[in-house]
Design a protein around this ligand. Structure first.
Ligand code: FO1
Length: 322
């Protein structure tokens, strides 16, 4: 079976690890592809940083800092101190020494003319990830945050420096109009038996993937059922600041509201199925009314077992939709 996951960042990394564990336990031939958000990416000290990708890469490789959710385990920050003194990296953004190795290798390959897809392939080849990571697009589409006051800022500045506290009115991916899905992403969508929308930030991780011209069309005609997992439980984000992002675009922070935001595939939207947490079971009927088959299951991913079981629940819902 071919499984294709859409998303990026910590929630997606945990879910993909759970899916990998579930298929390992199930045995048989499986392939996992991930279409990864690249709009978090930005240039720091002349290096290309790719947070949503690197969170997935390091987590699947088992070398991630599970506490922070980004960067490498066992980090040191000697070079970061120098970059802050030289002023080529803002003091509110810390690049670990091991992490810098990744950014330097990635930037070197990009400067040689390699595509982002090829860079993902080379970085992933170092470990046995159990999944293939594809950028949503090989074009640069950095998210900039439109503010109620003042000029837009790059997403990373809004997210890290301002902790998403500056009132935002929207999110724009620069260069999106020239972007196209990368071939690997299109193949992963077309060949999937199941497409899974990870419990990632619906606005700045899943949104930019869907915003790549041609991506929604590819998803609409895909033969696989599309099942999403809510990243909102009992009206609160599991992690991160998706509530600030949702508020900026006028979407309530609830499992039901995010399902409506994604829309039912039968109505031109994204989803065939949607998993909400058991604490949100009351939302199942309302989500079904907008054309999406919903189920309430335990959504908390605390360890390999709970993550694998969540993946199994998502695949069971997909199987019922086929
Ligand atoms: N997040 C922070 O809150 N502070 C940091 O200094 C920081 C550095 C950093 C370096 C590399 C990287 O891949 C991610 C990093 N992040 C940091 C996380 C990142 O800014 C966001 O969490 C993601 O972009 C959100 O999806």
């Amino acid at each position: 079976m071919n499984y294709t996951v859409i998303g990026g960042g910590v929630g997606c990394a945990r879910f993909v690890k759970g899916l990998r564990e579930h298929v390992r336990r199930a045995g048989g031939q499986h392939r996992i592809d991930v279409v990864v958000n690249t709009a978090d990416d930005w240039w720091v000290s002349g290096l290309r940083i790719a947070p949503d990708h690197d969170s997935l890469l390091y987590a699947l490789a088992g070398v991630n800092d599970a506490e922070r959710g980004w960067g490498r385990a066992g980090e040191s920050e000697r070079v970061a101190g120098e970059l802050h003194v030289w002023g080529t990296a803002p003091d509110w953004f810390t690049l670990g020494d091991l992490d810098l190795g990744t950014h330097i290798a990635r930037t070197a390959w990009l400067r040689e003319g390699l595509s982002v897809s090829e860079v993902y392939r080379r970085l992933g080849a170092r470990w046995d990830l159990g999944a293939t990571l594809h950028p949503a697009t090989d074009a640069e589409i950095d998210t900039h945050v439109l503010l109620a006051e003042g000029e837009p800022v790059h997403f990373q500045e809004w997210w890290v420096r301002h902790r998403a506290q500056l009132p935002a009115t929207g999110f724009a991916q620069r260069g999106i109009e020239r972007a196209a899905p990368c071939p690997g992403a299109l193949d992963a969508i077309a060949s999937a038996d199941v497409i899974l929308v990870a419990p990632s930030n619906p606005v700045v991780s899943v949104g930019p993937v869907l915003a790549v011209p041609g991506m929604r069309d590819a998803l609409a005609v895909a033969t696989a059922p599309v099942v999403g997992i809510s990243g909102i439980i009992s009206g609160a984000v599991v992690r991160g600041m998706a509530d600030a992002c949702l508020a900026a675009i006028g979407v309530e922070t609830s499992a039901e509201a995010v399902a409506r935001h994604y829309g039912a595939r039968s109505g031109g939207g994204l989803l065939d199925g949607w998993l909400v947490d058991e604490s949100d079971a009351a939302a199942v009927a309302a989500v079904r009314e907008c054309g999406i088959v919903a189920r309430a299951v335990p959504l908390w991913m605390r360890d390999a077992d709970t993550s694998a079981r969540l993946a199994g629940d998502a695949l069971a819902l997909a199987a019922s939709l086929r």
